[in-house]
Design a protein around this ligand. Structure first.
Ligand code: CDP
Length: 806
């Protein structure tokens, strides 16, 4: 069939554009083992670096002796803080306005902190020699519990800043205090609580977890002394930011730094910031004149690179007796570890935690967050969430269930009563966000109908009665969660990193034959960007997706961008892609008008061509126009067909979802079986439904891991007791439940294609849904709040504490 015989619909289908379940183009290389990751980079003369790390959580360093390590054959050098200090590189700036030690100088502040960096000709020699670095320590008292960090007699952790009265976010009230951040109307909120018929108050803690991507953090640094140029291959979610930071720290001009993020095996926020390994590899390469590779192992990844959560939220809701919420008050202690290395936009020390009013119409709210130092690893990254949104969603969704319980209302009915109504959008929340669009009641009703919610409650009632009669030892729990995400950081008025506005970019270049290369400032870590950005271009420009190459991760070729995290790729770079494509289309229209000898306005767009209005036989396809752009442009027009867009979004996007989970808990073993998990997501216009489903499956699996077992746990001495997959729950296909996915579509009114982000939604909504299900199982026995994680042992202990084992 040629073009003439195809209908518009057939031509549209051929493009594999937006809405198509296009197969992931990156999988062709991945399933054949042909991906190219950092550890695949092998350069002539390459050296390897490895760390000697502290066994203590808090100790003074009395002496470091590198003699034995240096004597190992194959070792070229051993770096300590004393070597980095003259270069002012023993500390590095963090994204949160603090500094973090690259190599510990006088003190170590958490277990496994980097103390010395051994450079050798072989990875295993480097590891063996690192063990031979002799460090004499004097142990100091440890802070593990963030609630004790600001006690009058708490040990002083950060001697380097002990006299600083002000931190990056204002006054510090204690030497272990980082910031206090408040938002909302305190007086109005206090008044709402005074007037309330019913109130609840609960400490809702979100335990410390870790993004634990399967590929750990790693880099190869190669300094060319002749050219004075530095090339760094790394697992960087934001390669341009790394280039700028590397230039600022090293003073190497930015144009002489080349940062390359090749294929990345999962990031989830873990690979946004800079780590001592990067700095040490760069310094080692400059010192030795040879490329240096640093690859962390699993224990190093779990115990030292950026953790997530560790938020302890004292949450109060005020409501009328008929179940209308009237106020929300949250006080949070945020444990940031030894250095404040949170990856948040500069102005937001608690990220977007003020989305904590969730999907509900709270007239007033007030939030106060205190960040504190402790003897734990630094971080506080947005693990598959948009800067503390997951903490906020867990907080409000648990609190709503607790309030429903107190009111004696069904949790779904209580939510229905308080959800923001469709006609209220755009909706400004009590804590200052403008939600772009939503149709919450339809989504929750669809979810309830899909699972047969009313019937499930009847079944649960019968089971509870059977339990009371001792006919069964199983409890049934039904978890409901309705979440609103805030993704797409961000409008430059609200969001920057190190002073760089959080826009993002796309550059599209059409070749004469109509094939395309597009380059973007974001960086996929498994999300399928090569597939989906091509789909946007295919629809916008009427060119077949298979003829479009999408490239990310090379700072020499990609336009400047702030990278991929916080589900910002679609809201920001997806928009930039559409805008750049539209610039190209506008030029193509002028070329078409010239070729067809009509006025621009006499043309209309039809899938893949401009045709003359009223005379559809006369047209020029986009492929023809690409050719013409290189030889037949109108007089005065420059040849070529390309455009770039740096897109500063006018607002965030607000995806949402309604999740329902059914669990059966065996009270004698604590074993909790997930019978059903239904997830309805609304991410506006859907670019690739199959990729969206994959994102939901992945995120729900992470949510299952977090809610049902994960915790980065420290003992009282600050030893990490969960630093390997033997102890840190990583769900495999064996444990992972079956997911049921569904959707509604409420486009974003301000996004050029109406799309919102989706990647993080399942992590954000999944965790409270599991938690609500487990809590729901026990609540008829008088329990109000059971803390995560809900592993079998803890769940058994809950049953024990409720007297169910007599
Ligand atoms: O920033 P990140 O890629 O992690 O998150 P995202 O923007 O939510 O996109 C994740 C993947 O889902 C990408 O491949 C998107 O193109 C795809 N997606 C989609 O197909 N439709 C949407 N409305 C949103 C995302």
């Amino acid at each position: 069939m040629n073009d003439q015989t195809l209908t518009s619909a057939q031509r549209a289908e051929r493009l594999q554009g937006m809405g198509c379940k296009r197969k992931r183009v990156e999988d062709i290389r991945f399933v054949q083992g042909k991906g190219s990751y950092v550890d695949d980079v092998k350069l002539p003369g390459m050296l390897y670096g490895d760390f000697n790390r502290s066994p203590h959580a808090h100790a003074r360093i009395k002496k470091i002796d590198t003699t034995k390590a240096k004597a190992v054959p194959g070792v070229l050098a051993v770096l300590t803080a004393a070597d980095l200090k003259p270069l002012s590189l023993h500390y590095m700036p963090t994204l949160a306005g603090d500094v973090a030690a690259v190599l510990a100088e006088d003190k170590v502040l958490y277990q496994n902190q980097e103390v010395a960096f051994v450079i050798a000709t072989d990875r295993y020699v480097a590891a063996d020699a690192a063990d031979l670095v002799e460090v004499e320590y004097e142990g100091l008292p440890v802070i593990v519990d963030p609630f004790k960090a600001m006690a009058a007699d708490a040990p002083l952790l950060r001697e380097d800043i002990k006299d600083k009265k002000d931190g990056a976010h204002g006054q510090r009230k204690h030497y272990n205090h980082i910031f206090n951040w408040q938002i909302g109307d305190k007086d109005a909120t206090d008044a709402a609580f005074r007037k309330a018929d019913v109130t609840i108050k609960e400490l809702i803690s979100y335990q410390r977890v870790h993004p634990c991507p399967l590929e750990t953090c790693q880099c190869v640094a190669s300094f060319d002394k002749i050219k004075g140029e530095l090339t760094v291959w790394g697992t960087f979610q934001a390669p341009h930011v790394i280039r700028t930071v590397a230039s600022l720290i090293s003073k190497i001009p930015e144009h002489k730094i080349h940062v390359i993020s090749p294929d990345i095996g999962g990031g989830f926020g873990n690979k946004v910031g800079a780590y001592p390994g990067y700095i040490c590899a760069i310094v080692a390469s400059i010192v030795t004149g040879r490329p240096v590779k640093w690859v962390e192992d699993r224990i190093e990844n779990l115990s030292t690179t950026a953790f997530a959560r560790d938020y302890h939220m004292t949450t109060e809701i005020a409501a009328t007796k008929d179940g209308k919420v009237t106020g929300l008050r949250v006080y949070t202690i945020a444990d940031h570890g030894a250095f404040d290395a949170c990856a948040d936009p500069s102005k937001w020390p608690a990220g977007f935690f003020n989305i904590v009013t969730g999907s509900y119409d709270f007239p007033v709210a007030h939030v106060s967050v205190d960040g504190v130092y402790s003897n734990k690893a630094p971080g506080g990254v947005a693990y598959r969430c948009s800067f503390r949104v997951t903490e906020a969603a867990y907080c409000i969704e648990r609190a709503m269930d607790i309030m429903a319980q107190k009111l004696g209302m069904d949790p779904a009915e209580f939510r229905m009563k308080n959800l923001i109504r469709r006609e209220q959008f755009p909706y400004t929340s009590a804590l200052g966000w403008e939600y772009d669009s939503g149709d919450y009641h339809v989504a929750l009703q669809k979810a309830m109908d899909a699972v047969g919610y009313a019937k499930l409650r009847i079944e649960q009632k019968a089971k509870r009665e059977a339990f009371r009669r001792s006919e069964t030892r199983e409890l049934m729990g039904i978890g409901v969660a309705f979440f609103t995400e805030i993704v797409g950081a961000g409008p430059s008025r609200n969001c920057d990193i190190l002073g760089i506005a959080m826009f993002d970019s796309a550059e599209i270049r059409i070749h004469p034959t109509g094939s395309v290369i597009a380059r973007l400032g974001t960086k996929s870590q498994g999300q399928g960007h090569e597939t989906t950005y091509a789909q946007i271009i295919a629809t916008e420009l009427g060119l077949v997706a298979d003829n479009i190459t999408v490239e990310e991760g090379n700072t020499d070729t990609a336009p400047y961008g702030l990278g991929t995290y916080g589900s910002r790729s679609t809201p920001v770079s997806g928009a930039a892609t559409a805008v750049a494509a539209r610039k190209i289309k506008a030029k193509a229209q002028m070329i078409a008008a010239h070729l067809l000898e009509v006025h621009d306005d006499d043309l209309e767009w039809d899938v893949d061509r401009f045709r003359v209005k009223g005379n559809p036989e006369r047209f020029k396809t986009m492929t023809e126009l690409a050719w013409a752009a290189y030889n037949k442009v109108p007089p005065g027009m420059e040849p070529g067909l390309e455009a770039v867009s740096y897109y500063d979004p006018p607002n965030m996007t607000y995806p949402f979802g309604a999740y329902i989970c059914v669990v059966d808990v065996d009270v004698d073993t604590g074993v909790t079986k997930v019978r059903r998990f239904y997830a309805l997501d609304d991410c506006g216009t859907r670019i690739n439904p199959m990729i969206i489903e994959g994102q939901i499956h992945g995120g729900l699996t992470e949510a299952f891991g977090i809610a049902m077992g994960q915790e980065i746990h420290y003992d009282d001495d600050g030893n990490v007791t969960t630093a390997s997959f033997m102890d840190y729950f990583m769900p495999t296909a064996v444990e992972t439940p079956k997911w049921e996915t569904d959707w509604t579509t409420t486009p974003s009114p301000h996004h050029p294609i109406g799309a919102k982000g989706v990647g993080e939604s399942p992590n954000v909504g999944g965790v409270p849904c599991f938690a609500n299900a487990v809590n729901d199982a026990f609540k008829f026995l008088g329990s109000t709040h059971i803390a995560m994680p809900h592993d079998h042992w803890r769940t058994w202990a809950v049953a024990e504490s409720l007297g169910l084992h007599q």
